[in-house]
Design a protein around this ligand. Structure first.
Ligand code: SF4
Ligand code: SF4
Length: 277
């Protein structure tokens, strides 16, 4: 990263999050939005600055700071279901807050700017999966991506049926579905990672959120690019990518291009620094 660029991306990110924080604070009249989005923006941009200064655990620190905040404070203490079921729930209620705002910013419109930054720096499921031993997949990728659509439809049907059947105490049901859903995600994610020897197997095959993330991140402004005049075609970048991305190809149609989580491992490994944001 050049000296200017070292600060450009984090500062731009902080400005975007502050704009979202102030707009939502003024629009909704709740200080929570100012604090919430400022906190996330500061964590993300601070982490990127630490990364630029080669702090080895910068990404992990951001993942823990944002992921734990969302899981423990928003999910468990404030009892907001921030999983995809929570998104459907608030959407069906016609309420634009909590999970609907979270999805709009992090998973639907935000990826047009910062791709799957959510997956690399904030997701509380991946925060745990990334601690497992298989940071780089040890086996060829499976063609199981269709499973994510089954989970996506399953989550929609689950909440739809709750509404159709007029299940009482829906808020309580959603809170427990958040807890049970997370236990299932962690258990399945860990088992899959160990069996397939790939920490991110859950993200590649099962995560229903990727149904939003993948098409939107196709157009991402922020993406890894290759300066082909410097590239040695040594393949070292490909060997460290957790998501099997063909990052040496600058086309948006690069293989697994919408899987990139912006972890920047490839840019670190490149001996000629041909890869950059
Ligand atoms: S793919 Fe899903 S589980 Fe994986 S990091 Fe992204 S949102 Fe989290
Ligand atoms: S190693 Fe590079 S291409 Fe692969 S996910 Fe990380 S940033 Fe994206």
């Amino acid at each position: 990263m050049g000296k200017l660029k070292r600060f450009l991306v984090p500062v731009m990110l902080l400005i975007i999050f502050e704009i979202v924080a102030v707009v939502l604070w003024l629009a909704k009249g709740e200080l929570f939005y100012l604090l919430n989005f400022s906190y996330i923006g500061i964590c993300l941009s601070g982490g990127l600055i630490l990364y630029a200064y080669h702090f080895k655990y910068a990404r992990l620190a951001v993942q823990l700071a944002v992921g734990l905040y969302m899981l423990v404070y928003l999910g468990l203490i404030s009892q907001e279901n921030m999983q995809i079921e929570g998104f459907w729930y608030y959407l069906f209620l016609g309420i634009f807050e909590a999970a609907t705002i979270h999805y709009a910013v992090a998973k639907i419109f935000g990826p047009l700017l910062f791709g799957r930054g959510w997956c690399g720096y904030a997701c509380w499921t991946a925060m745990v999966l990334d601690l497992l031993p298989y940071k780089v997949p040890q086996k060829p990728r499976k063609k199981w991506g269709y499973l994510r659509y089954l989970l996506f439809i399953g989550s929609l049907l689950f909440v739809g049926i709750l509404f159709l059947c007029q299940v009482p105490h829906l808020e309580r049901v959603m809170f427990w579905s958040f807890i049970i859903g997370n236990i299932l995600y962690y258990s399945i994610g860990i088992i899959l990672a160990l069996v397939l020897q790939d920490n991110r197997a859950f993200c590649k095959y099962l995560c229903p959120v990727t149904v939003f993330l993948k098409p939107m991140s196709y157009w991402s402004l922020l993406r890894v690019k290759n300066d082909e005049s410097k590239c040695l075609h040594c393949d070292k970048c490909r060997q460290v990518c957790p998501m099997d991305v063909e990052m040496t190809n600058n086309s948006r149609k690069r293989i697994n291009g919408t899987e990139c989580i912006l972890c920047l491992r490839c840019t670190e490994e490149c001996p000629t620094k041909a890869l950059h944001l």
